[in-house]
Ligand binder design. Structure first.
Ligand code: DLL
Length: 431
């Protein structure tokens, strides 16, 4: 485990030597074994020997989600099927799922980066890890599971759902670490309160929340209601799953496991690298993945990156909170709106619960934005006038944040659908 810590703290120049070596090896493997990359690399006229520094990355072709669809299910594999020991898939909202595959070495790499992820939050052998990420084709459940085993913690493999049973396990089995989506963590926090339990009745100390966008305001809510340190974790199936990037206790951005996953930020329109600190599209190249390596994979996630040293001592670059996706930006009456801005506005209103749904419609030529959000129980009990007053407050907050008047519907507690995994926040009925 000591070695793992060293890898995260090595001088950046030393790491770059390792990265360039691995990148050359990747180009060789891709051009020998994956027809799609062989073609693209030859079109770009790139040979492994041309890679001398990380600046040469900019000469390499990109990969996009559609490349997975076009080669479904196994067309991007760089190893024979005999070497594959695991398959996962991420269900897109439309079309074919994205299938990803792992060799034994890939599962080992994944366990390592997930161990590092958990260690960033101080998790060790004395911890009990309550894992409520979904087990199955989704990478969350098994990703956390293997990482927790690697650090020697005791894993409780709950998967998502069955909230009553989750409460019993959280309390009776002495969970110290909670792993789930932030929206499900909020749901659990409410269920804990309703069961008459206080955070001090539980031993929870830290939570690893990710797989969906969330805000600083949501972090504050979770930290207070569960009395834990809430850590942001980012990853995606096409790169490996969770384990790509995680906050350290400083919580000033998520450190990328750069020895395995090479990050870039590019301008989504021009695809040119942007200066450090500028927001753009996050792109990853996998340096060590065997079964399904990707070259400059465009995540569609928007964030910025810095290589500034962090107080924690890790020399790994940090990405900021995911601010949205190139494809989740809503254009409403010509104004660009990200769902996270709406969440930010809602969390500033004390009397609503951040369980919400954004509905966009087009009535004749005009776009309308409806925000459905739950009232706290006390407001609902106080009656219609209180609900109407709250509606006005929420409408004003949203207007102040995004500059658009929304039709706000304050709905009774527990009426916005809950998800044990990724929450569905937007319903765009214009399409
Ligand atoms: O969500 C992997 C994961 C599991 C990450 C558990 C963290 C915890 P996919 O299902 O392929 O993989 O979805 C990846 O989810 O491109 C982002 O848009 C979004 N996402 C993941 N983590 C975060 C985060 C898993 N911390 C897609 N903040 C990514 C915002 C996130 N969005």
């Amino acid at each position: 485990m000591k070695d793992l810590a060293l890898v995260e703290r090595m001088p950046r120049a030393e790491r770059e030597v390792l990265q360039v070596h691995r990148l050359k090896d990747l180009i060789t493997r891709l051009s020998e074994r994956v027809p799609l990359y062989r073609e693209r690399l030859s079109e770009a006229r790139v040979q492994p020997g041309d890679i001398r520094s990380l600046a040469d990355l900019a000469r390499l072709p990109f990969t996009v989600k559609d490349d997975f669809r076009q080669t479904y299910p196994y067309g991007l594999l760089a190893v024979p099927m005999e070497d594959v020991i695991r398959v996962h898939a991420s269900s897109g909202t439309t079309g074919r799922p994205t299938v990803v595959a792992y060799t034994r070495q890939d599962v080992d790499t994944w366990s390592e980066v997930m161990a590092r992820t958990l260690m960033a939050g101080g998790v060790g052998p004395s911890d009990v890890v309550h894992n409520a990420y979904g087990y199955g084709l989704f990478t969350g459940g098994l990703g956390f599971h293997y990482g927790a085993e690697r650090v020697g913690a005791a894993v409780v493999p709950m998967s998502g759902g069955f909230t009553d049973r989750q409460l019993m396990a959280l309390r009776d089995l002495g969970a110290t670490v909670l792993c789930c989506t932030p929206s499900y963590a909020l749901h659990l926090a409410e269920a804990i309160e309703e069961a008459g339990l206080k955070p001090k009745d539980l031993k929870l100390r830290v939570g690893f929340f990710g797989a969906e966008p969330w805000t600083e305001a949501m972090r504050d809510a979770l930290q207070t209601r569960l009395n834990i340190m809430a850590i942001n974790i980012y990853g995606l199936s096409e790169v490996i799953g969770p384990g790509v990037s995680v906050e350290c206790p400083e919580r000033q951005g998520m450190h990328v496991a750069e020895d395995h996953f090479l990050p870039e930020i590019v301008d989504p329109a021009t695809l040119m690298p942007v200066p450090e600190g500028t927001v753009g599209e996050l792109v990853f190249t996998t340096l060590t993945k065997e079964a399904l390596p990707v070259l400059r994979y465009r995540t569609r996630d928007l964030t910025s990156m810095t290589a500034e040293p962090c107080r924690c001592g890790r020399t790994l670059a940090r990405i900021g909170r995911i601010m949205g996706r190139t494809d989740d930006m809503l254009i409403i009456r010509g104004v660009n709106v990200y769902p996270s801005q709406v969440e930010h506005a809602l969390l500033q209103v004390a009397d609503v619960e951040p369980h919400y749904l954004i509905v966009v419609r087009r009535d004749s030529a005009l776009d309308t934005l409806e925000v459905r959000v739950e009232a706290r129980a006390a407001v609902a009990e106080a009656g219609a006038d209180a609900m109407r007053a709250l509606e006005a407050v929420v409408r004003r907050k949203i207007f102040e944040t995004i500059g658009i008047t929304a039709d706000v519907s304050i709905v009774p507690p527990k009426t916005v659908e809950r998800s044990a995994g990724k929450a569905q926040r937007v319903l765009d009925l214009r399409k």
